[in-house]
Design a protein around this ligand. Structure first.
Ligand code: C2E
Ligand code: MG
Ligand code: MG
Length: 727
C-alpha cells in the first residue's frame, strides 16, 4: 500500500519528507515498533535518499495527474528554477507551468527543434528540453515530466551561431581573397575577392583544386608546399605563386596559409588569405628590367651583358668545347649623324640598329648597348668559329642596307671587334676589353671592318687606349701637321689645288692616319684644337707659296672642317683670323664639309657658309653620295664644288651602278653650276672614264699621294700634267 494513497497530500501530490516521517514514526511508536520499525526505518531512509536524489537532480522534475494535468509533485530544482515554493507549484496545472504556448522554435544545424518554456515566478520563461512519460504506480497513472534547463546551452549555441555568422561575413566580405581548403588541396569554399581575382564566382570555385588554378610552372611547387604544410608542425606558412584566372590571365599572389585544427591539435582544414600582388610584381619586374636594360633600345645593358659573359665563361669551364664569341660593334662616324641631324634623330637611328641586330642574330644571342653607339653581342652555343663570323657578317650586311628614317636615307657602317672564348681571359671585363681593342683595330683599318682579337693587339692597345691623352699632348707639341694631296684637272692632269690632310707624327707609333685619330678627336672634342693647328700651318704654307708666285695664280688649298668644329660659335671668326694673320686671301682657300654638316642646323650652316664665301672662300661638299642630304640642299646651299666619294670612283670600271651615280652627279653639278672632283682615282681606266663623263677635277694616288709641303712645292713647280711628273 502506497504512502500517498493512504495520506494523500493536499493537491494530490507526493507527501513531503517531513510529514511522512512524522506520521510513520508515530505509527511505529504505537503499532509496529517491535517488528516493523527497523524495516520501516530502512524504507524511510531509502525514501529520503530518493527524495534527496530528486531534489539534487539538475533537471526540473514534475509529476502530474495525466487526466487533470494538476501538478502532484516537483523537486527542489524546479522550485529554484521557477522561483516558486513547492506549495505554489503543487497548486498549478501542467499547462500553467510548461505550456505549448510558450514553446519556441530554435533553428539548428540539423533542422530546427522545439523548445518549451517553463514559466517562472518573475513572469519569464525558462527554456527547457522536456520529456514526459506515463508512470503507473499501483495501478495509478502519473505523468512524469523531466525538463532540462537549456538556457546555458542555448546561449552557447547562439554564441556559436553568432561567431559562425561573423566568420562567414568576414570570409565572404573580406577584401583579400580567402579560401578554405581540405587537406587534399580541394577548395571547400572561396570568397568573392578570390573569385574576382580569378574571374570566377565563389560557387564555381567551390570543389575546384589548387591544381586547377595554379600556373603550370608553379603547380608542382604549390602542390608540394600544400602537402608538406599539412604534415609539418608549422601553424602558418607564407609563399608566393602565380595563379591563372578563368580566362587565362596571370595573377601573382601571396598566400598566408593557416591550419584549422581540431581539439587534439590535428589539422582539419587549411585557410588561406590570398593577396593579389600582380601590380607589385610588375613594378618589381619593371625595376629589375630597368636595372638591366638600356632605356633607349631595351637591349641588355653593361651589367646584364657582363653577367651573360660570366655565364658563357662558366659553361665553357665545364665544357671546353662550348665556344662563344663576344663582338664589340661601334657605328662609324655616328657622332656626325648625332651632331648634324640632331639627338632625337640619332636616338631613332640607334633604335633602328637595335632592330637590325635583333633581326640578324639568333634568339639565344644577347644584344647589349653600352651607351653611345657601342653595341655588344654575346654569341653562345656556337658550333664553330665560322658560325660567329657568319652571324656577324649577317649583321654587317643588314646594317649596310640603306635605312630610311623620317624621310632621310641613312647609310651606316659598323666597325666590329671579335673575341672568341674560352680563351686566356677569364673575366667578363677582360673579354670586353679585348673585343674593344679589336674593334679599334677594325676602325683603324677603315670603316665597316671586322677584326678578330689576337694577343698582339692587346700589347698595342695600351698605346691605343691612351691615345686621347697622347693627342692632347701631341697637339701642344705640334705633332699634327698637314700633308697635301694634289687636285688636278681631269682634262690635262695639271695641278689645280691641294687638299690638306692631317697627319700625326706620334713619338712612338710613327705616322698615324686620320681614320684612327679623327673619330677619337671628334669624340673628345680635341678636333677643334687639332683643326686650328692644321689651319694655322696651312695658312703659313699658303703664305709662303703665294710669296714665291710670280703670276699670282697658284693652287688653292682645301681644308677639311669637321661638324664639331663648325658647330662652335667662334669658328668663323677664328678661321678668318688665321688666314688674315698670314695675309692669305681667302679665295685661295676651299672649305670641305660633309653633307651632314649642312643638315644639323641648315639656317646656321647657311649663314656660316655665306660668311665664308663673302670673304672669298669656296665651299666643297666632301664624300658626296655617302651622306644623308637630299639633293635640294645641294641647290639651296652656296656650294662651289662637289667631291664625289671614292666609294663610287673606285668601282668605276667594275660596277654599273657606280658609273651611273657618278654620271648623274656630274650632270647635276653641271646643271647647278658646281664643279665636280672625283676622289680616290687610282687607275688610268678610272681617269679615262671621268674624262668621258666630263668630270672637271680629280684627286687620287694616280696623280699624287698626300705629300709634305716641300714635295707639294715640287708639284707646283711642274707646269704640265702631274701624270707625266710621276711617270
Ligand atoms: P677626305 O677628306 O675624304 O680625304 C680623302 C681621303 O682619301 C684621304 O685620306 C686621302 O689620303 C684618301 N685618298 C686620296 N686619294 C686616294 C686614293 O687614290 N686611294 C685611296 N685608297 N685613298 C685615297 P686620309 O688622309 O686618311 O683622310 C681621311 C679623312 O680624314 C678625310 O677624308 C677627312 O674626312 C679627314 N681629315 C683629314 N684631315 C683632316 C683635318 O685636318 N681636319 C678634319 N676635320 N678632318 C680631316
Ligand atoms: Mg676632304
Ligand atoms: Mg672625301
Amino acid at each position: 500500500m502506497s504512502v500517498q494513497r493512504r495520506n494523500p497530500a493536499p493537491g494530490g501530490g507526493l507527501p513531503s519528507a517531513e510529514s511522512d516521517r512524522d506520521r510513520l514514526i508515530g505509527l511505529g511508536e504505537r503499532s509496529f515498533q517491535k517488528s516493523y520499525y527497523p524495516e520501516l526505518r530502512k524504507r524511510l531512509q531509502e525514501l529520503e535518499h530518493f527524495r534527496a536524489l530528486l531534489d539534487h537532480s539538475g533537471d526540473l522534475i514534475f509529476m502530474a495527474d495525466p487526466d487533470t494535468g494538476r501538478i502532484q509533485d516537483c523537486n527542489q530544482t524546479a522550485c529554484r528554477a521557477m522561483g516558486f515554493t513547492r506549495q505554489q507549484i503543487l497548486g498549478m496545472g501542467l499547462e500553467d507551468i510548461i505550456s505549448e504556448a510558450d514553446a519556441f522554435v530554435v533553428p539548428g544545424e540539423n533542422g530546427s527543434r522545439i523548445v518549451h518554456g517553463v514559466r517562472t515566478a518573475r513572469g519569464g520563461s525558462l527554456p527547457v528540453e522536456a520529456t514526459r512519460v506515463q508512470h503507473v504506480v499501483s495501478g495509478q497513472a502519473h505523468l512524469i515530466i523531466v525538463a532540462r534547463d537549456i538556457t546555458a546551452r542555448l546561449k552557447a549555441e547562439r554564441a556559436l551561431g553568432e561567431s559562425e555568422a561573423l566568420f562567414r561575413a568576414s570570409f565572404e566580405q573580406a577584401a583579400t581573397g580567402m579560401v578554405l581548403l581540405d587537406l587534399g588541396g580541394r577548395f571547400i569554399m572561396a570568397n568573392q575577392a578570390l573569385a574576382d581575382m580569378l574571374e570566377s564566382s565563389p560557387k564555381e570555385l567551390a570543389g575546384r583544386h589548387l591544381r586547377d588554378v595554379s600556373h603550370p610552372e608553379d603547380m608542382d611547387m604549390a602542390l608540394e608546399r600544400h602537402a608538406s604544410f599539412v604534415t609539418d608542425q608549422e601553424p602558418t606558412h607564407q609563399y608566393e605563386q602565380r595563379l591563372l584566372s578563368k580566362t587565362g590571365n596571370l595573377v601573382w599572389v601571396r598566400l598566408h596559409v593557416a591550419k584549422i585544427t581540431g581539439e587534439s591539435g590535428q589539422a582539419l582544414s587549411i585557410i588561406a588569405h590570398i593577396q593579389d600582388i600582380t601590380e607589385n610584381k610588375r613594378a618589381e619586374e619593371q625595376l629589375r628590367h630597368q636595372a638591366l636594360h638600356d632605356p633607349l633600345t631595351d637591349l641588355a645593358n653593361r651589367t646584364l651583358c657582363q653577367d651573360r659573359i660570366s655565364h658563357a665563361l662558366l659553361r665553357a669551364m665545364r665544357r671546353p668545347e662550348a665556344i662563344f664569341a663576344v663582338a664589340f660593334l661601334d657605328l662609324d662616324r655616328f657622332k656626325i649623324i648625332n651632331d648634324s641631324l640632331g639627338h632625337p634623330f640619332g636616338d631613332s637611328v640607334l633604335r633602328e640598329v637595335a632592330q637590325i641586330l635583333a633581326a640578324s642574330v639568333r634568339s639565344i644571342d644577347t644584344m647589349a648597348r653600352f651607351g653611345g653607339d657601342e653595341f655588344v653581342l654575346v654569341l653562345e652555343d656556337l658550333t664553330s668559329y665560322g658560325e660567329a663570323v657568319r652571324i656577324l657578317n649577317r649583321v654587317r650586311k643588314a646594317m649596310a642596307e640603306p635605312m630610311l628614317l623620317g624621310g632621310q636615307e641613312i647609310r651606316l657602317t659598323v666597325s666590329t671587334g671579335l673575341v672568341f672564348g674560352p680563351g686566356e681571359s677569364v673575366r667578363p671585363d677582360d673579354i670586353l676589353r679585348d673585343a674593344n681593342i679589336a674593334m679599334y683595330k677594325a676602325k683603324e683599318a677603315g670603316r665597316g671592318r671586322m677584326k678578330v682579337f689576337n694577343k698582339r693587339m692587346r700589347e698595342q692597345a695600351g698605346v691605343l687606349l691612351s691615345l686621347e691623352n697622347d693627342m692632347r699632348r701631341g697637339i701642344a707639341a705640334s705633332e699634327f701637321f698637314p700633308l697635301y694631296q694634289a687636285i688636278v684637272r681631269v682634262e690635262d692632269s695639271t695641278l689645280a689645288g691641294f687638299e690638306a690632310l692631317a697627319r700625326w707624327r706620334h713619338p712612338t707609333r710613327g705616322l698615324v692616319n686620320p681614320a684612327l685619330f679623327i673619330p677619337l678627336a671628334e669624340d673628345s672634342g680635341l678636333v677643334v684644337d687639332m683643326g686650328r693647328s692644321i689651319l694655322t700651318q696651312v695658312a703659313a704654307d699658303l703664305r709662303r707659296w703665294i710669296s714665291m708666285e710670280t703670276n699670282g695664280h697658284g693652287p688653292y688649298v682645301a681644308v677639311n672642317i669637321s661638324p664639331i668644329q663648325l658647330a662652335r660659335t667662334e669658328f668663323v671668326d677664328q678661321f678668318l683670323k688665321i688666314f688674315q694673320d698670314q695675309g692669305v686671301p681667302l679665295d685661295r682657300v676651299r672649305v670641305e664639309i660633309t653633307e651632314t654638316c649642312m643638315m644639323a642646323n641648315p639656317e646656321r650652316a647657311l649663314a656660316i657658309l655665306n660668311r665664308l664665301r663673302e670673304q672669298g672662300a669656296r665651299v666643297a661638299v666632301d664624300d658626296f653620295g655617302t651622306g644623308y642630304s637630299s639633293l635640294s640642299y645641294l641647290a639651296r646651299f652656296p656650294i662651289d664644288m662637289i667631291k664625289i666619294d671614292r666609294a663610287f670612283i673606285s668601282k668605276l670600271g667594275t660596277d654599273e651602278e657606280s658609273l651611273e651615280i657618278t654620271r648623274s652627279i656630274v650632270a647635276l653639278g653641271e646643271k647647278l653650276g658646281r664643279v665636280c672632283v672625283a676622289e680616290g682615282v687610282e687607275t688610268n681606266r678610272q681617269h679615262l672614264m671621268l674624262k668621258a663623263l666630263s668630270c672637271g677635277f680629280a684627286q687620287g694616288f694616280l696623280f699624287s699621294r698626300p705629300v709634305g709641303a716641300a714635295a707639294a712645292e715640287v708639284l707646283m713647280a711642274r707646269r704640265g700634267s702631274l701624270l707625266a711628273a710621276t711617270e
